[in-house]
Design a protein around this ligand. Sequence first.
Ligand SMILES: [Zn+2]
Length: 54
Amino acid sequence: MPLKYSYLTCPMCDVEVPMGGDEKIGEQIFCPYCQTPLALRKKKTDELYLEEDY
Ligand SMILES: [Zn+2]
């Protein structure tokens, strides 16, 4: 089953960051609001989230 995620929450500023849907785990994304570098991570439950990636 394909994962669906169009928005993930920035851990720094709580804004919803739009995802293209083809990002890979570990890929670096910049929050468009606070410009924090974020890495795409996956929990054991397959839930995706963003983590600060300095
Ligand atoms: Zn942010």
